[in-house]
Design a protein around this ligand. Structure first.
Ligand code: PLP
Length: 221
């Protein structure tokens, strides 16, 4: 599959003026594909699977910022901590506490986003409002994780009204906690819905298929 250079340049031209950060989602895509965007200046890449992330990180330039955007299993935390810039999918209090524990052992501080369940679909992960509030309370006791913001995935639908409502809800939740907790990242928007997400206040979009083409294989952890 060819990387779509034109799509990348068009997307950057839309995002840069409004200061929205682009995470190029490269899951299942080759090292060569990633390098093609790297050469154009892209440094933030998102991966969903631990083994794949580890392999790619080892094979690619060290100034890439890797975002872990998948569902993270507790027993794999320690492997990714040394190489990841931002863990975007912190989807439970238990996982947050476990990341803190592992980061303490490695004597580092990890940047995280709390994942909010905005779509209420069975296939998607994330916390509800109440759990998000508890997670922010918990961060007061955790010295090795830094919660930088929230992340959410809109429903798998073409219904713009529904998607807009989901993004609006996530932005409201973000605003509620952002002053007290010095948040700076609201990660919402993917290939199909990034435009809507930006209109609703996204500061970071995670875009894969628009740049790298459709994914055919699903690689499991
Ligand atoms: C795969 C994935 C994306 C990118 O999806 P596209 O539709 O290919 O842009 C974004 N966020 C998460 C959490 C993903 O798993």
């Amino acid at each position: 599959m060819e990387v779509n250079i034109k799509a990348y340049e068009d997307l950057k031209a839309k995002l840069d003026p409004v200061h929205v950060q682009l995470v190029a989602v490269s899951k299942t895509k080759s090292v060569e594909d990633i390098l093609a965007l790297y050469k154009l200046g892209q440094r933030d890449f998102g991966e969903n699977y631990v083994q794949e992330l580890i392999q790619k990180q080892a094979a690619l330039p060290s100034d890439i910022h890797w975002h872990f955007i998948g569902h993270l299993q507790s027993n794999k935390i320690k492997q990714i901590l040394p190489i990841v810039q931002l863990i975007q999918g912190v989807d439970s209090l238990k996982l947050l506490a476990e990341i803190d524990k592992q980061a303490l052992k490695q004597n580092i501080c990890v940047n995280c986003l709390l994942q909010v369940d905005i779509a209420h679909e069975e296939t998607k992960f994330g916390m509800n409002e109440e759990e998000i509030a508890s997670a922010f309370e918990l961060t007061g006791d955790l010295n090795h994780v830094k919660v930088k913001g929230l992340m959410g995935m809109g429903s798998f639908t073409a219904d713009k009204i529904k998607l807009r409502k989901e993004f609006k809800g996530l932005k409201e939740l973000y605003d509620r906690f952002s002053n007290q907790h010095l948040l700076s990242i609201l990660s919402m928007g993917m290939s199909q819905d990034y435009q809507l997400a930006i209109e609703e206040g996204s500061t970071m979009v995670r875009v894969g298929s628009l740049l790298f083409g459709e994914r055919t294989a699903i690689i499991k952890n």
